[in-house]
Design a binder for this molecule. Structure first.
Ligand SMILES: Nc1ncnc2c1ncn2[C@@H]1O[C@H](COP(=O)(O)OP(=O)(O)OP(=O)(O)O)[C@@H](O)[C@H]1O
Ligand SMILES: [Mg+2]
Length: 215
């Protein structure tokens, strides 16, 4: 199963949702789960040292010549059930998103991709090809406008809800025409956990509960 987490506006909480979803699925899937980092923030969010070796940028740059097990060889372990495919140091090639999506979909484990900054070509191609394409969205008018203008349609929304917003779940579903699969609260405990680099070891209970039925 290939799950893509993407956003239409920066700072929406995409990396946090991808990391937490990776944990949830790692626990519930017999073969564990793999997190794929196209943005470069996942190691820091998980509290891991910055990977020094090659990553997705190198895999993309190698073109069609990469060996079949190359993605496995690039994977580092975050926990015993959760692998991390690092982004690599160079810029991501503009081409190759479809090839990457196909290679990730062919892996035996559940794969969750943090598609990186909004509008990135590779991230957009992966989000378009994923079996489950999750738009991480704050219920903000400007973000919803961007989501409507995005070149791809999600299969569902993860709503990162803040108190006292005028837009809610129903508005988002009506405007975007796709279901909200989970509502995640904007929670200071989550922010603190990320800042302390603890997301790799424990996901705040409320965040985990909210995401259990998202994928
Ligand atoms: N549910 C949440 N509750 C509280 N803080 C959150 C939550 N989700 C994310 N944050 C905080 O918001 C900030 C942005 O989150 P994150 O990096 O996940 O967003 P992003 O969409 O991946 O951003 P970018 O567009 O830069 O990749 C971080 O400081 C993170 O700790
Ligand atoms: Mg991010």
């Amino acid at each position: 199963m290939l799950v893509a987490c993407w956003s239409a506006k920066g700072g929406s909480g995409t990396t946090v949702v991808a990391a937490a979803l990776g944990h949830v699925l790692a626990r519930s899937s017999p073969g564990g789960a793999l997190l794929v980092d196209l943005g470069g923030d996942l190691p820091a969010a998980l509290g891991l040292p910055e990977p020094a070796g090659p990553g997705i940028s190198d895999w993309l740059a190698a073109g069609d010549d990469v060996p079949a097990d190359a993605l496995d060889r690039l994977t580092i372990q975050s926990t015993d059930r959760l692998g991390l495919l690092p982004r690599g140091r160079g810029a991501l090639a503009h081409e190759g998103g479809d090839r990457l999506a196909a290679a990730l979909a062919a892996l035996s484990s559940v794969v969750v991709v943090d598609c990186g900054p909004p509008g990135d070509a590779v991230g957009t191609a992966v989000a378009a090809a994923a079996g489950l394409s999750l738009l991480v969205l704050r219920p903000c008018y400007l973000a919803v406008r961007r989501a409507l203008a995005a070149p791809i349609r999600p299969s569902g929304v993860i709503l990162v809800s803040e108190p006292r917003r005028s837009l809610g779940r129903k508005d988002v579903e009506e405007v975007l025409g796709v279901p909200v699969r989970a509502e995640v609260a904007w929670d200071p405990d989550v922010a603190r956990c990320v800042d302390a680099g603890l997301l790799g070891r424990r996901v705040p209970r409320a965040l985990e509960r909210s995401l259990r039925r998202a994928a």
